[in-house]
Ligand binder design. Structure first.
Ligand code: 5AD
Ligand code: SF4
Length: 490
């Protein structure tokens, strides 16, 4: 990575688009985090466009669907292209190379990609159209059959081959593929085009070695590979030099991290080392797997202020028989025990989770167990989904499917249930103070918005004119289920 394509502190001062926010609607707007979370979780259909630097010969347009891992992969893919002399453009019509970084975690996400590809059926002449990410890996060369105008298909486990694949296309290659999964390398780039000026994402572990019965990820992202700790730490130091103060470590099972270098760091060692880098004030990490969630993680958060007091710990179901059918490797009781460690911490730690409703065989009693688990764990946010059968997964063949109608009903019940929990929890925060990193301005509402270390959104008023990128003390004056309203404490 070199600095020219990183957005550093200078950009923080210039007023930035409000595109990274998901739930800063303020308490006045209908609170939508519970609803939004069913649509916008770690794997959802948000399309983002990357902005262009100066003109160059060839141009590209990259649209991203899905999770933060995909967002960050796109930042790296953009870095590869920028390094090859491409420039980013705002619209696909203006681009020589049109890329879709795709998501296939649920069926709707995958369908959306084919709808996008359909747009090029008669208009792709002169352009290279490419499919990256999970749909590329899942569908492979069949994409060429369904959409013969596509010339590049590459899954994330093969991204380190991207420069070669692009070179092949540039020299007249008609169809190129990168679909190998048998790699122990991670995707590292010289240049990363960073799209978020406040928070730098950094993948420390790719792929997944679990085999949850509903999940395509092991098939689409391949086996687990951790990145060397020296490589992670030198990137963190470069990010700190570029002005970033907040780092988010990424991985499908981030806490399974195991340093492949002779240093042999464990996840907690790496967390502490990242938090110790000069200039880094906040370290987040997502997503944690309950199986690898240890007391040491809680102790580290307690001992190290720079480690954010927020843990995303997907439970998926509150019923042990359903967890077993899902192959989740823990029981309801074991999950509750891990939450009890979090609740026993000296500083309050915010907890969020993921839930799937309507997994095959989920009875009304199983569903009730999930609701009662939500009562017990008192989360600050739940990303909830209707089970969606996926190719190459065990659950696809399981009997006792739940009807779409019933899944929809359970989802609505669960979301309303959790909404009430969040209303009650957030109400207790009125009058308390949070330090937030300011990352948006809502001119129409005359409000600023920022995130606390616990990842709460505070929309607040201030007499100050230029707060983007600043750490600001706020006091909560009102609370909704998804966000807080407050004022700048001066
Ligand atoms: N159907 C519904 N939700 C799913 N998730 C993963 N696979 C599926 C599926 N087939 C959810 C899980 C996971 C989140 C990223 O997406 O809750 O934690
Ligand atoms: Fe999918 Fe399970 Fe791996 Fe998470 S741990 S990515 S849900 S297989």
């Amino acid at each position: 990575m070199t600095k020219p394509f990183d957005i550093g502190v200078e950009a923080l001062r210039q007023g930035l688009p409000d595109k990274n926010r998901r739930d800063a609607d303020g308490a006045k707007a209908p609170d939508d985090r519970v609803r939004a979370m069913s649509e916008l979780p770690s794997a959802s259909l948000r399309a983002r466009k990357l902005r262009s630097p100066e003109a160059a010969a060839k141009s590209f347009y990259l649209e991203t669907f899905g999770c933060q891992m995909n967002d960050h992969d796109s930042e790296k893919v953009s870095g590869v292209l920028l390094g090859r002399g491409y420039r980013a453009v705002e619209t696909p019509a203006d681009a020589d190379l049109v890329l879709y970084n795709t998501c296939s975690i649920r069926e709707k996400a995958a369908q959306k990609v084919f709808a996008r590809l359909g747009d090029w059926k008669t208009t792709s002449q002169g352009k290279i159209i490419g499919v990256l990410g999970c749909v590329a890996q899942q569908e492979g060369e069949e994409i060429f059959e369904r959409a013969p105008w596509v010339s590049l298909v590459c899954g994330s486990a093969s991204y380190r081959r991207l420069p070669d694949l692009i070179a092949e296309l540039e020299t007249g290659g008609r169809r190129v593929t990168g679909l190998d999964l048998d790699t122990d390398e991670t995707f590292e780039t010289e240049i990363t085009r960073r799209d978020n000026p406040f928070r730098a994402y950094l993948t420390i572990i790719e792929g997944c070695d679990y085999s949850c019965a509903y999940c395509v990820v092991p098939h689409t992202r391949g086996p687990e590979r951790s990145r060397r700790s020296d490589s992670v730490l030198s990137e963190v130091r470069r990010l700190a030099d570029a002005g970033y103060t907040e780092i988010q470590l990424l991985g499908q099972t981030v806490n399974s991290y195991r340093d492949p270098s002779p240093r042999g760091m464990h996840f907690v060692d790496l967390l502490e080392a990242v938090a110790a880098v000069a200039g880094i004030r906040r370290v987040r990490f997502t997503t944690s797997h309950p199986n690898d969630f240890t007391r040491e993680i809680v102790r580290a958060i307690d001992a190290t202020p720079a480690l954010c007091d927020h843990i995303h710990l997907p439970v998926q179901s509150g019923s042990t028989p359903i967890l077993r059918a899902m192959r989740r490797t823990y029981t309801r009781e074991e999950y509750l025990e891990k939450v009890s460690w979090i609740r026993a911490a000296r500083r309050p730690i915010s907890l969020t989770t993921d839930v799937i409703v309507g997994f095959p065989g989920e009875s009304e009693a199983d569903f009730d167990e999930t609701l009662s688990l939500l009562d017990a764990i008192q989360c600050d946010g739940v990303f909830s989904f209707k089970y969606s059968p996926r190719p190459n997964t065990l659950a696809r063949e399981m009997p006792d499917a739940i009807s779409e109608e019933e899944k929809g009903r359970r989802l609505a019940v669960l979301q309303e249930h959790q909404r009430q929990i969040q209303i009650a929890r957030n109400q207790t925060l009125v009058g308390t103070e949070f330090e937030v990193l300011v990352d948006a301005r809502h001119a129409a509402r005359d409000q600023w918005a920022g995130r606390s270390t616990s990842n709460r959104t505070v929309n607040f008023t201030s007499r100050h004119q230029s707060l983007l990128g600043e750490y600001v003390q706020t006091r909560v004056t009102r609370a909704g289920p998804n966000s807080l309203v407050g004022e700048h404490v001066v």
